[in-house]
Design a protein around this ligand. Structure first.
Ligand SMILES: *Cc1c(COP(=O)(O)O)cnc(C)c1O
Length: 472
């Protein structure tokens, strides 16, 4: 399998290359050259497979020759063996129609673990074959940081520098990052928003002075291997609800458009998906883009669902690429305009291509709290704020056929956002035992001003060059 850049100018890479890369050198994102397909019969044969086995089947065409089938199965078994539920991503029913897919049974209590536990193992596997040292630079609105740090802490040949917006992540989220004291982990709190942090990371991928010396890799959902790993649970859920003989709709609390893009990939691979509902909070750039063609960033307003407090959704570029018939030159022009003006209009062709599968909804704080209360009163389920936003969108979706079940992706454990949950429901969900004495542990974090220069200098001083030699 070859991977190409959405902007058409960067060299194509194989799976190993794309896993170790960040942004493509032309500023684009890597996507498979063509979408692999599963037939109706192949999908039917997946019913009832254990999660790790299903994962190996779904990932195999993307991995290509980079891993043997046996090695891939060993890695999926190891990655998903760390989950606290034997089903890995259990599905729960709320009423006749509404379901939630619990993606938070990994070590750091958010769905990011599903992808990052796998990515950590892939990094180790591929680096073991090379001399190279990897410098992971990431920006987090909370959950990616802890999941990525858990996945690579203490591993050889990798350092991780994780930027988070100071004061904008929950106490649990911050502590899950800053209490990991492994010497290869650097936490940086910056003065600014998540979008500022993400922009710095993107700039570093395009900074020849940095990429010339350091092997800079991404753990944000611009990394293809992450999205690939997330495709699996769409299959897992749909197979339980009757696929390939029955269609299923998904409602996805969305920030960077990674999770819902994985649902799009599942549909392209042949999974019968009736609809993908993109749920946003009041930071609603994606809702405006999908409902009115207006993809224009405004300022970020902090909410109780901080992982969705995003205005620039990196992975949306991957969808726009497909939606313009993979015309890389046209897309590059469109994205350059967005980079310059923070606004772009979808073409009519793009809007039509997207409307066939996607709808969207915006959810404010009151609607979120109401969805949380409904789930608790109707089904005894305590949901986190992100999941509640997805559920609101699921329950208000228009024109879905009556026999289509709607699965809301439960992206975080409610204990991660305990104050917001308590305000809405009166319940204070306890932290699961697997996170241990989080509030007793020592924290380590550096604070930097919100400028690229400060962050680049910090990384350059501490990172190991890609040659693996500090004196290089
Ligand atoms: C990251 C995250 C999201 C948003 O996912 P994207 O892939 O960025 O769209 C939603 N909810 C939670 C809890 C998250 O951690």
């Amino acid at each position: 399998m070859k991977y190409v850049s959405t902007r058409g100018q960067a060299a194509s890479l194989d799976f190993e290359g794309v896993t170790l890369a960040g942004l493509a050198s032309d500023g684009g994102l890597y996507v498979p050259e063509a979408w692999p397909q599963f037939s109706h019969d192949e999908i039917a044969a997946m019913v009832g497979l254990p999660y790790a086995e299903l994962a190996a089947r779904i990932m195999a065409p993307f991995v290509g020759d980079s891993l043997t089938p046996e090695r891939l199965r060993e890695l999926t078994t190891q990655a998903y063996g760390r989950f606290a539920h034997a089903a890995v991503t259990p599905l729960k029913q709320l009423d006749e129609r509404q379901w939630v897919l619990e993606l938070f049974h990994g070590p750091t209590l958010a769905f990011k673990d599903v992808a990052l536990q796998m990515l950590g193992l892939l990094f180790e596997e591929f680096l073991g074959r090379r001399e190279d040292h990897l410098t992971i630079v990431g920006a987090t609105s909370g959950d990616t940081g802890s999941a990525a740090i858990d996945a690579v802490a203490g591993r050889a040949k990798v350092d991780i520098f994780m930027l988070h917006p100071e004061g904008r992540v929950s106490d649990v989220q911050r502590r899950q990052m800053t209490t990991v004291l492994a010497p290869n982990v650097y936490n940086i709190a910056i003065d600014g928003s998540f979008d500022d942090a993400q922009a710095m990371v993107k700039r570093m991928f395009n900074d020849a002075a940095m990429t010339g010396t350091f092997g800079i890799a991404a753990v944000n959902s611009i990394n293809w291997a992450r999205l690939m790993s997330q495709v699996v649970y769409y299959f897992a859920a749909a197979l339980q609800l009757g696929a390939p003989h029955r269609k299923v709709a998904f409602s996805v609390p969305t920030g960077n458009f990674g999770d819902v893009f994985a649902g799009y990939v599942a549909a392209r691979m042949g999974l019968p998906v009736e609809r993908l509902i993109v749920a946003t909070n009041i930071n609603d750039i994606l809702h405006r883009a999908l409902s009115a063609g207006d993809y224009s960033a405004s300022t970020v307003t902090p909410t109780a669902a901080p992982s969705m407090d995003i205005q620039v959704s990196s992975n949306f570029e991957r969808l726009l690429f497909d939606a313009c018939g993979r015309d890389a030159a046209a897309l590059a022009a469109q994205m350059q305009q967005f980079d310059a003006t923070k606004a772009l209009q979808l073409t009519n062709a793009q809007r039509e291509a997207i409307a066939g599968l996607f709808s969207s909804a915006r959810c404010d704080a009151g609607q979120m709290a109401q969805a949380m209360r409904w789930a608790y009163e109707a089904a005894g389920e305590v949901l986190d704020p992100h999941t509640a936003i997805g559920l609101h969108a699921a329950r208000t979706a228009q024109d879905l056929p009556a026999d289509v079940p709607v699965v809301t992706l439960a992206t975080a454990h409610p204990a991660k956002f305990v104050d917001a949950v308590e305000r809405a429901t009166g319940v204070r969900p306890p932290l699961p035992a697997r996170v241990g004495d989080l509030f007793e542990r020592q924290e380590r974090c550096d604070h930097l001003p919100g400028t690229y220069e400060a962050v680049a200098a910090y990384v350059a001083e501490r990172a190991t060059p890609k040659s693996g030699r500090k004196d290089a």
